[in-house]
Design a protein around this ligand. Structure first.
Ligand SMILES: [Zn+2]
Ligand SMILES: [Zn+2]
Length: 217
C-alpha cells in the first residue's frame, strides 16, 4: 500500500491518495482542488471510496469532478450531510473568490465512530473528532491517522466557523488522538505530517500536563 499527498489550492489543503498495487484499488481522502492532479494519481486504479474528514470548501472543491470521473461513493459524517450542498455551511458562499459556491454532489453514505472501511485486506477505522466542525472525523489506518483539520503540526484547527467549538475540539484531540500509540503518524488537512508523540509533548494548544524539570550534580 502506498500513501501519496498533494497540497492543493489557495488553502494548501492536503488531499491523500491511498493506492494498492495488488488489488489495483484506491481511496481518496479530501479531494480539495485541482481534481486533474488527483485523477492522474488514481489513473489505472478503481477508486472504492471517497472519504471526507469534513465538508469545508477546501476539502470538497474537487469532489464533483472526482465523483463524475470515477463514480466512487462519497462518505461523510451525517452531521455535515447538508454541508455538501449548502455553500453557506461549507464556506464556499463566504469566500466566493475561491472558485465560486460549491453545491454537491451529495454523500452516498455516512461514517460514524467505530465504523470500519475495508481497503486491500486492511481496514480504516473512523474516529469521531468534532470541534473544528460538528461532523469532523479522522481515519485510522494501522499506525497512520488522517486527521483532517483537527490536529496539525504544532497547531490545531480553527473553531470560529459554523458549528466549531474549542472545548469540544480539545476534548476530541485528548480522548481520540492522544490516546493512540505515540509513534502514530498524523497526516493533517494542512501542513506537514507529525506524530502523536510530538504533539503530546510540544503542541502549544494541547499539551500533556507533565512536569518540566531536571536535576544535576
Ligand atoms: Zn476545515
Ligand atoms: Zn481545511
Amino acid at each position: 500500500m502506498h500513501v501519496q499527498w498533494f497540497s492543493l489550492g489557495a488553502f494548501q489543503t492536503n488531499c491523500y491518495v491511498l493506492t494498492d498495487e495488488s488489488t489495483r484499488t484506491a481511496i481518496v481522502i479530501d479531494p480539495g482542488y485541482n481534481p486533474d492532479i488527483v485523477l492522474d494519481a488514481v489513473d489505472g486504479y478503481r477508486v472504492t471510496h471517497i472519504l471526507l474528514t469534513h465538508a469545508h470548501l477546501d476539502h470538497i472543491g474537487g469532489l464533483r469532478q472526482l465523483k463524475e470521473a470515477t463514480g466512487a461513493p462519497i462518505y461523510i459524517h451525517e452531521n455535515e450531510k447538508e454541508w455538501l450542498t449548502d455553500p453557506m455551511l461549507n464556506g464556499s458562499g463566504r469566500w466566493p473568490q475561491l472558485g465560486g459556491p460549491i453545491t454537491g454532489p451529495a454523500a452516498d453514505g455516512f461514517v460514524a465512530e467505530g465504523d470500519t472501511i475495508p481497503f486491500a485486506g486492511r481496514k480504516l477505522s473512523v474516529l469521531f473528532v468534532p470541534g473544528h466542525s460538528p461532523g469532523s472525523v479522522a481515519y485510522l489506518l494501522q499506525d497512520q491517522v488522517f486527521a483532517g483539520d483537527t490536529l496539525f503540526y504544532g497547531s490545531i484547527g480553527r473553531t470560529d466557523l459554523p458549528g466549531g467549538d474549542f472545548d469540544t475540539l480539545i476534548n476530541s484531540i485528548r480522548s481520540k488522538l492522544y490516546t493512540l500509540p505515540p509513534n502514530t503518524v498524523v497526516y493533517p488537512g494542512h501542513g506537514p505530517e507529525t506524530t502523536i508523540e510530538r504533539e503530546r509533548k510540544s503542541n502549544p494548544f494541547v499539551r500533556d500536563n507533565f512536569v518540566h524539570g531536571g536535576e544535576r550534580e
